[in-house]
Each structure stands twice: as C-alpha cells, then as structure tokens.
Design a protein around this ligand. Structure first.
Ligand SMILES: Nc1ncnc2c1ncn2[C@@H]1O[C@H](COP(=O)(O)OP(=O)(O)OP(=O)(O)O)[C@@H](O)[C@H]1O
Length: 530
C-alpha cells in the first residue's frame, strides 16, 4: 500500500548531519572551554573555535533542510498513498461500502491515512537518525576511553531497546484503541450532525449527547493513558543518559587523561538526550500507526462488488438490453431469482414492485455496480460481465430518488456530466428537463448556488437538475430509480411526463412503486417484481 520515496534517504543523511552537529558542538565546546582554561597559544584554539561555529551553524541549517526534504518526501508518499486508496475505493464504493458508517469511513480516509506521515516523520526517520548518530558518538567516546565508551554503549542500548519496549508495552492497549476510538467519535459526530433535525424534533438531545460524551470519554481515556506512557518513556530516557554521564564521570576521573578529554567524556553523553529523546515516543507511535494503517488496509481489502474482466470485449454498437434468469442478492439471501426481461433499444419499461422487492438492486446490476450470482444481463447480446464497468456506464445512466446535488452552482453541477461544454448546451439540457425558465428567472442564472444537497431548491427542482445532468451526459439507456419518490402526485406526474418526453429515442427503464403515475400515452412494458 505504501511505496517509499528515495528522498527519504537524503532526509536520513541530513538528519544524521543535524544530530551529529549537536553532539559534535557539545563535544568541541567542552574541549575548547577546558583547553582554553590552561591558556595555551591562541593558534592551538583556532581549529576548535572554527569547529564550534561550524557545528553551531550547521546544526540549524541541516535541521532546516532535513525538515524540508523529509516533509516533502513524506507528503509525496502520503499523496500517492491517498491516490492509490481513492482509486481502489472507486471500484469498491458503489456496492461495497454500504454497510460502513460514513463518519468511520471519513476517519479512515483522513485521520488514519495520515499515519503514513507519522510512520516516516515520527517513527522510522527519528529511529534511524538516532541509531546512526548514537553509534557514531559511542565510537568516538570509545576511542577516547574504551571503558567510558562501553558504559555509554550500554546506556544507549537500554535507551534504544528496553525503554521503547517498556513504553510501548504500557501504552499498547491505549494506542491500539486510539484509531478505532477516533473513528467512533467521528462517526457519531457525523451521525449527530446529519440527524440533528430528527433528534431535536423527538426531544432526544440529552440521550444523544450522553452517548456522544461516553464515546468521547473513551477516546480521552485512551489519549490520557498514551500520554502517561510517553511521560514514563521520557523519564526512563533521562535516567539512562544520567547514568551514562555518571559512569563517564567516574571512569574518566580515575583514568589517565587530560582535563579537556575528561570534559568531552562527561559532557558528550548529555547531547545524546536530545538525539535519543524521540525514540520512546516513536516506539509508542509505531503501535498507533500500525493500528491506523491496518484499518486503512481493511478498507482497501473490501472485496470489489464486481470483478472487472481481464480481457474486456469492445463495446457493442446496439443498445438493446436483455436480462436472462437473473439471480442476485446480498450476503446469504437472494433478492431476485430467475428474473427475465427484454428491453429493446428505444423501449419504455416500467418495473414495479413493493418496497424491498429488489428494484434498486436491479438498477445496480444494470449499471454494473453489482455482480449477478446467476443468469446474465446482455447489452446487444454481449454479457455485461465481459465489459468493464466504465464501458457499461458510458451507455447506461442513472437517476435515483436522491440524486446528489453538489453544494456549488447550477453550472458546476451540470458540468460534472460533461466538463467543458458550452453554456448553450447547458441551457438546452435545462430546457429539456423543464428547468430552463426557472433558472433564467434566477438573478444569478447558471451561477446560482444551490446549497448543501441542493437545499435551496425544491424536491422537484432538484430532480430536474439531476435529470438535466443525466441528459447532458448523453447515455443511451436511462435507468430511473424512483425519481419521483419524495414528490407530491401532481409534481411527480409532471416530472415523469417530462422525463419520458425528453428521453427521446433512448431506452428508459423506470423503477417505481407508483406505476399509475406514468402518463397514459407512454407505450410501455410493465413488469412486476414480487
Ligand atoms: N447493500 C445491501 N446489503 C444487504 N442487503 C441489502 C443491500 N441493499 C439492499 N438490501 C436488501 O435487498 C432487498 C431489496 O432492496 P432494494 O433496495 O433493491 O429494494 P427496492 O425494491 O428498491 O426497495 P425501495 O422501493 O424501498 O427502495 C431489501 O430487503 C434490502 O434490505
């Protein structure tokens, strides 16, 4: 799922240069101050003076460039990962994500995917930089006094293994629960917002808020526990570094070394506190990152509702559809079994049946959002299973009972169907959907903003706008799934009459539980699902 970027190697080198400069700055400063106290000839001090300046300036410069490079690389990896996940979701979404909570999906796609950033910037890079810099520091100290080098090596080993292990162990449950708890709070918040009107109408605000507070408290508890472990890790790290400094002090004081070397031995381990400081937090964060990425992986692994053919056939030229002994369903039960239909090009087919009889399921099959379990659906004699979903949807268009109208202008809503077309074509589509006069009378015309979910339009106007968009998309087969569901009888009848008239010589498949609303002059085939 995640492909690393080569710039991350450069970020690692820059990180080591920055951390190495910090250690070297302290070491050379210690040497310089101690050596200077003996008042040697000033020429002897020139090199360390220049080195102190170089490391002082280098530390900041390397850190700045490292931040630029590492963030650039990590955000590129994040962008590519997001694009790959979105590409995969495009295949799964129409029929495969219906059982998931929207808020949780959002949390997985936004918060959990961000774990890619943490993985590189706060887990792998800090650990790698710390390991390389600490190893080099230990080597330097070992050169000055092997016993002190060994003592500091032991402290570094404990700081890099036992401390992160202990921190991670104490935080394990909290960290694993964090991603799920965040998803749960996001899902509940989304649901609360979407259902606010009903909740207020039923006077159920208190119970909804109580439920929200309970979930929020679970998240806060997990975060508190996680913070407690971070504190523990930091304290243990300070103990390790303190121990290393003390050991270097004791060993150095009994060794036969100069005062300047002694100062370097005692002060250099202190610089490791900064270098190793991020390791406990990184180990802890690794658990959270693993849990978050597992949630994203689980989403990506959702089986595709349809299998694309490995060797798709070319799109046939004819536009007649045939359904033969269709069997389709969800989970363990079939919704339709043995359905056969003939829908010649240009015909009008009205499919009716009570709620739950499988009308929307049939629409999903006709658009290749859902795979039949048996039988076949043929387009001009070619099984839809031998065509790619996008090929099928370039011929078959859909208008649902709640076609989505975006929170933007009428123009942008229409252009979604055919980007770049002229205003003239937009007006034609609007007039054919019988919305032209209405839009002309609006002060902003095509630039009128329609509000969230088309809130500034009536139900009928919303459906006409969606229908104009479908006409603009210019599909030869129009599947209309309860397009008049939320409309009063008069508006519904008028809309249906206009839909059939505007459809021209296209094939129209109308799925409705109110077939009596179809205008009497429309010659149609009526099919009843039970
Ligand atoms: N994604 C799904 N997962 C599981 N079961 C589903 C799913 N979608 C629909 N169903 C079930 O399949 C059956 C048929 O649903 P469908 O939406 O096709 O009926 P419908 O005739 O369009 O109903 P309505 O007129 O109320 O929209 C129902 O029992 C429904 O619960």
């Amino acid at each position: 799922m995640i492909k690393p970027d080569r710039r991350l190697v450069l970020a690692l080198l820059l990180g080591v240069a920055a951390a190495g400069s910090s250690v070297a700055l302290l070491a050379t400063s210690a040497w310089l101050i101690t050596a200077a106290s003996a008042q040697p000839p000033v020429l002897l001090l020139m090199v360390p003076i220049v080195a102190v300046r170089a490391f002082g300036v280098g530390r900041g410069v390397f850190r700045y460039v490292e931040r630029l490079v590492s963030h650039d690389a990590a955000y590129r990896v994040l962008g590519e990962t997001r694009a790959r996940i979105t590409g995969r979701l495009e295949k799964i979404a129409p029929g495969g994500l219906t059982s998931r909570r929207k808020g949780d999906l959002l949390a997985r796609l936004v918060l959990d995917v961000d774990a890619v950033l943490d993985l590189w910037l706060r887990v792998l890079l800090p650990i790698a930089v710390a390991a390389v810099t600490a190893a080099a520091t230990v080597a330097l100290l070992a050169l000055l006094l092997p016993a002190a080098g060994a003592a500091v090596a032991l402290a570094v080993l404990v700081a890099c293994t036992v401390v992160p292990w202990l921190t991670a162990r104490t935080a394990e449950r909290a960290e694993r629960n964090l991603a799920g708890a965040r998803g749960d709070v996001a899902a509940t918040a989304t649901e609360t917002l979407l259902t606010a009107a009903d909740v207020i109408a039923y006077n159920a605000i208190d119970s909804v808020l109580d439920d929200f507070s309970r979930r929020d408290a679970r998240l806060a508890a997990a975060e508190r526990r996680s913070a407690w472990s971070t504190g523990l890790g930091s304290a243990l790290l300070v103990l390790c570094i303190g121990g290393a400094t003390l050991a270097a002090l004791v060993l150095g004081s009994t060794a036969n070394i100069t005062g300047a070397v002694f100062a370097v031995l005692v002060l250099t381990p202190l610089a490791l506190a900064d270098v190793l400081g991020g390791i406990p937090a990184a180990a802890q964060l690794a658990i959270r990152v693993r849990a978050a990425l597992a949630r994203v992986q689980e989403l990506v692994d959702t089986p595709e509702p349809v299998t694309e053919p490995t060797d798709p056939l070319p799109l046939p030229t004819g536009r007649g559809l045939q359904v033969k002994l269709l069997r389709v369903g969800y989970d363990d039960s079939d919704v339709l079994d043995g359905l056969s239909l003939d829908m010649p090009a240009g015909s009008r087919v009205v499919i009716t049946g009570p709620s739950g009889s499988g009308k929307s399921t049939l629409a999903a099959v006709l658009l290749r959002f859902l795979e039949p379990r048996g039988g076949e659906v043929l387009l001009d004699g070619v099984d839809l299973a031998r065509l790619e979903g996008d090929q099928v949807r370039s011929v078959v268009g859909l208008l649902t009972q709640e076609s989505h109208v975006f929170d933007t202008s009428i123009r942008e809503n229409l252009l979604l169907a055919k980007p770049g077309v002229s205003d003239l074509q937009l007006w034609k589509a609007l007039y054919r959907a019988r919305l032209g006069i209405f839009v002309e009378n609006l002060p902003d015309g095509l630039d009128t903003m329609v509000g969230e979910h088309g809130a500034k339009l009536s139900g009928g106007e919303r459906q006409r706008l969606a229908f104009a968009r479908l006409l603009l998309a210019d599909r030869d087969v129009l599947v209309l799934d309860e397009p008049t569901e939320h409309l009063d009888e008069e508006t519904a009848q008028a809309l249906l009459a206009d839909l059939f008239a505007a459809a021209g010589d296209r094939t129209v498949v109308l799925l409705t539980h109110r077939p009596e609303l179809v205008p009497p002059h429309v010659t149609r085939q009526l099919v009843c699902l039970t």
